[in-house]
Each structure stands twice: as structure tokens, then as C-alpha cells.
Design a protein. Structure first.
Length: 286
């Protein structure tokens, strides 16, 4: 059964004290996730301004390859060799856009594309790596221990420093309150929903998000049901509050996007039995 509560056993008193100290130090730092709020506090309803994401679409189409299992993998070696400069130019261009001039769908597309493009750039800057968790950029005391680049301020929008966590947890999740946020963001890992082969756009956003949800839920990286036991991606455990807050909510969400035979099979379960995740890099050359 999925639960918000997490149980962890320290290997000893010294380890427990060290972790407690790091957590307190981390919590003493002002919350970075709230800093960019003002940039997206309002949206220009009815705005006709469209952000040009065609450069990102071109890079995705060139370097993202779907394997036989349905997993989209990235040719990081080829990307780094030929297109790091165009990637940086795209990121620089979209971060010059004033978010207040955009409507909400355009804002969502801007943030999702920025998150994914910046994640790719970070991986390319440290490639080769086995996992994005091996890239420790800091940002807080605790992140030095846990690894990953998510808490470090890595980009600016209108002069405001922003981290990947700010984009996901400070902006997309609280502003849009849409569980499909989790299908839009790719953390360069096999366990993550696919990095798309095209950019998100405001005009196509609803269609793209629904397609991303269906694709993940109907793949073994998202849901596994065998012998009456339901196992799901850890995304549904880590962010259970975004999926209804309990097992019933998670199952109802899965049913909304499940295709046959999964759709019928989900009618036979009432609880989530386990969850899983694969942090290995989604590298075509692995």
C-alpha cells in the first residue's frame, strides 16, 4: 500500500546524528521553491503570444530514439558532439521571455521544456555518467549527500535564479495542480516518463499531456499488474497527494488513461502493493 509516511532505519547513532544535522541545516535555508512565484503569479488570459520551441523540437527529433520496448533513449554522446551550443542558445532564448505576457498553457509549455532542456544540458556537461544522481551540484547541505542537480540554481528567468526543483515543486505542481505534470518532466532516467521527440506547446498541450499519461501508464515502467498484485512507479508514491492522496486515488487515475487489457485488470484490484524506479541514465549507448 502506498503511504505518505516513510520508514528509515539508520545503521547507527552516528549516522542518525549526521543525517539529522544535515536535515536541520537544510531546513534552515530559506525555501528556494518560493522565490520564482512572482514571475508566474499571473497569466495573460487571451494572450496571442506564442513561444518558439521549434529549436528544441529539432534537437529532440534528432537525438531522442525509441527502442523496441517503447523507452525513449537519448544519444547523449552525439548530442554533446554536435548540438550543445544550439541547446544552450535555445535555453537562453526562452529564459528571456517574460512569463507574465503568456497565458497559462504557454507558461506550462515554457516551464516543462525549460526543465527538460536544462536537465539534458546538465547531463551533457558531466557526460559520461551512469545516473543523474551521480551529478551532485549542491544547492543545499542535504543535496550534497543525496546527490542530483535539482536544488542548485541553474538558470535564470527575468533575472530570477531558479532550480529544477523550483520549476517542478515551486511552480508547475502548485500553480497548475495537474497530475499530468509528472508525465511532462523527464529526469534523464529510465524510470521517468519518456522525453518526448517534440517540444510541448501551448496550443497542443492538452493533447500532448494526455498522450504522455497514456504512454507511461500503459508501459511496464509505469504500471505492472500480475497475479492480482499491482506495482506502480515510485512517482505515484513520492507524489501521492497529486494522485488523490491514497491508493484509491492512484488507481482511479490509472484507470482514466489505461488501455486494454490493463483497464479491465485494474477493476480487480483495490490496493497498490509495491512501487519501483530505475535511476539508470536513459542513454542510447548504455
Amino acid at each position: 500500500m502506498l503511504s505518505k509516511a516513510k520508514t528509515w532505519r539508520a545503521p547507527g547513532m552516528r549516522a542518525m546524528c549526521m543525517v539529522a544535522t544535515l536535515v536541520m541545516a537544510s531546513n534552515a535555508t530559506p525555501s528556494a521553491a518560493q522565490e520564482p512565484d512572482g514571475l508566474f503569479a499571473t497569466a495573460a488570459a487571451g494572450s496571442t503570444i506564442k513561444v518558439d520551441h521549434s529549436a528544441w523540437s529539432g534537437l529532440l527529433a534528432k537525438h531522442v530514439k525509441r527502442n523496441a520496448s517503447g523507452l525513449n533513449e537519448v544519444d547523449y554522446a552525439g548530442f554533446r558532439a554536435t548540438d550543445l551550443a544550439p541547446l544552450r542558445a535555445y535555453i537562453a532564448a526562452i529564459t528571456r521571455v517574460d512569463p507574465a505576457t503568456l497565458d497559462r498553457p504557454e507558461q506550462f509549455a515554457l516551464l516543462a521544456n525549460l526543465y527538460n532542456a536544462k536537465t539534458i544540458e546538465i547531463v551533457l556537461d558531466h557526460y559520461p555518467v551512469a545516473s543523474i544522481k551521480d551529478i551532485s551540484l549542491g544547492g543545499t547541505v542535504l543535496s550534497v549527500v543525496t546527490g542530483g542537480p535539482w536544488k542548485k540554481k541553474v538558470v535564470e528567468i527575468s533575472g530570477t535564479p531558479i532550480s529544477l526543483d523550483d520549476i517542478e515543486h515551486g511552480l508547475l505542481r502548485p500553480i497548475f495542480k495537474d497530475p499530468r505534470v509528472h508525465y511532462a518532466l523527464n529526469c534523464a532516467s529510465i524510470g521517468c516518463p519518456n522525453l518526448r521527440t517534440e517540444a510541448f506547446t501551448g496550443e497542443q498541450l492538452e493533447t500532448q499531456l494526455d498522450a504522455a499519461a497514456r504512454e507511461f501508464i500503459n508501459h511496464s515502467r509505469g504500471v505492472r499488474l500480475a497475479d492480482g498484485k499491482l506495482r506502480v512507479s515510485s512517482i505515484y508514491s513520492w507524489f501521492i497527494e497529486d494522485f488523490g492522496g491514497d491508493d484509491d486515488g492512484v488507481i482511479a487515475h490509472l484507470k482514466k488513461y489505461a488501455a486494454e487489457p490493463l483497464a479491465t485488470q485494474l477493476n480487480t484490484v483495490t490496493a497498490v502493493n509495491d512501487h519501483f524506479y530505475d535511476w539508470a541514465l536513459n542513454d542510447v549507448g548504455r
